[in-house]
Design a protein around this ligand. Sequence first.
Ligand SMILES: CC(C)(COP(=O)(O)OP(=O)(O)OC[C@H]1O[C@@H](n2cnc3c(N)ncnc32)[C@H](O)[C@@H]1OP(=O)(O)O)[C@@H](O)C(=O)NCCC(=O)NCCS
Length: 173
Amino acid sequence: MDSSRVSLRTFKLSDVDDFLEWASDDQVTQFLLKWKVFTSRDEALNFIKDICIPHPCCRSICLDDRSIGFISITPSFGDDKCRADIGYAIATKYWGQGIAAIAVKMALASGFKDFHDVVRLQAKTDLENKASQRVLEKAGFFKEGMLRKYCFHRGQIRDLVIYSFLVTETVLN
Ligand SMILES: CC(C)(COP(=O)(O)OP(=O)(O)OC[C@H]1O[C@@H](n2cnc3c(N)ncnc32)[C@H](O)[C@@H]1OP(=O)(O)O)[C@@H](O)C(=O)NCCC(=O)NCCS
C-alpha cells in the first residue's frame, strides 16, 4: 500500500454510509469493546455528530479520501492523564493491505503532539484478535502482557493483551 493514499481526518456527516458499512459489520465489531450496535442510519448519523466529531481525537481512516474506518485516541484524566487509549477498525474489504498499521503510525505522531500530558499510548486487544496484535507490533508497540479475565464482552469474560508505546520511542525524539 502506498501510504500517501491513506489519511486521517475528522468525520463528516456525509461519511454515514461508509461508516455504517464497517460499524454494522459483525466481523469488524466482534472485538470492539463497548461498541454500540447500530440499527439505523439515523443512529449512525447521530453518533457521528454527537460522539465522533466533538471527540478530541476520533478520525476517519481514509483511502483516497474515502472513509473506510476509524482511529481514536482517548486520553485519561487526573492522575492518569499521562496515558491515552488507542482504538481502530477498518472495513473488511480493505483488510490485509497494511492500512491499519499505516494509520496507527500516523496517529502516534499526532497523538503525542495534540495531548501534551500524554507520554504513553496503550491498546488493549482481545487475546484472539491476532490481526490487531500484529498491527500494534508493526507500529512498534511493546507487548506488556496479558490481562487475564479482564472484562465482559458480549456475555463472555475475555482475556486481553496490553501493548504500549511511549513518547520517548517516537522518531521525533
Ligand atoms: C485489526 C484490523 C484493524 C487490521 O486492519 P488491516 O488494515 O487489515 O491491518 P494490516 O493489514 O495493517 O495488518 C494486519 C496484519 O495482521 C495479520 N493477520 C491477519 N489475520 C491474522 C491472524 N488470524 N493471525 C495472525 N496474523 C493475522 C496480517 O497478515 C497482517 O500482518 P502482516 O502485514 O505482517 O502480513 C482489522 O482487522 C479490523 O478492523 N478488525 C476489527 C476491529 C478490531 O479488531 N480493531 C482493533 C480492536 S483492539
